[in-house]
Design a protein around this ligand. Sequence first.
Ligand code: R1P
Ligand code: GUN
Length: 327
Amino acid sequence: MAPINADVVNGGKDSTPPKTTLPEVDTETNGNKRYSYETLVETANFLLSRTAVRPLIGVICGSGMGSYWNEGALAENIIDGQCIPYEEIPNFPTSTVEGHHGRLVFGHLNDIPVVAMQGRFHYYEGYPLWKCCLPVRVMKLLGVRTLIATNAAGGLNPNFKIGDLMIVKDHINMMGFAGNNPLHGPNDERFGPRFPPMNKAYNYEFRKIAKEVAKELNIQDIVREGVYTCLGGPNFETVAEINMLKMVGVDAVGMSTVHEVITARHCDMNVFGLSLITNECVTSYEHEAEANHEEVLDVGRMRQDILRKFVSKLVVKFAHTLTRDSP
Ligand SMILES: O=P(O)(O)O[C@H]1O[C@H](CO)[C@@H](O)[C@H]1O
Ligand SMILES: Nc1nc2[nH]cnc2c(=O)[nH]1
């Protein structure tokens, strides 16, 4: 693939000139500068110069959920695996959270070209939401058409157990209710429209496929479906907060994903979301247990083999769906 030309709009699909040239807006946090389309093209071109892999599918690994992309598993699953640490990537933030390795892994998984983010960026790390989602736009510029966003989450649905996998059916953008949205600020039409719809955020066919794959792998008993929400973190929730979230129909709560999915849908990527239920959210003051990040990482380790099998199969099936849909 030749380097991306910044004038090519929306992955080459459309050549309408942008309505707004995105200024370098100073954001409210940490003096972070908003990046222009051209800056992200530079980042994408850097990556294209460092790997021969041209990914169709992008995976974001949740807390403690990325270990199956490590060397041992890579050798088993991925051909041409190549890791690029975030520190080496121009304009990329760096990972500061335990359980987030901080690198991109490029390779072929059963012949499907993929890129995995072994480590995501969170609002509570001090990054504004648009910066947390910068890699999603870079993936788009690399040619990624489908995003698989995974996360560790607390379970609110009383039927869920620790270690269950929840296919995300929908989300509630709590931070967005307060005006904090990754698309806040001037819109660059080369990525997508000013007012993107969000009622089909999580691809319906992918959700159906995931349920079929769960049956094939005989893990249907631990695979659920539900609504995810993201809070800003880094603290876990109070009892009153959990009870409120339950009332509004939330099944699982975390501190990520929602803004990544909004960014991906804005630039017309297909999305599949998967939450690993790592802890039970406490709904009563009598309950002794307290949520903690160690437990979250432990459950990720416990489910590593299942995640590897599930995500690998989904990558292949989703890629074939894309091929079938292509003109
Ligand atoms: O959403 P991911 O990155 O999977 O991680 C979840 O787990 C961490 C808390 O233990 C938070 O970062 C929360 O967002
Ligand atoms: N907000 C939040 N994030 C999590 N990530 C993993 N578990 C939890 C949780 O209980 N609450």
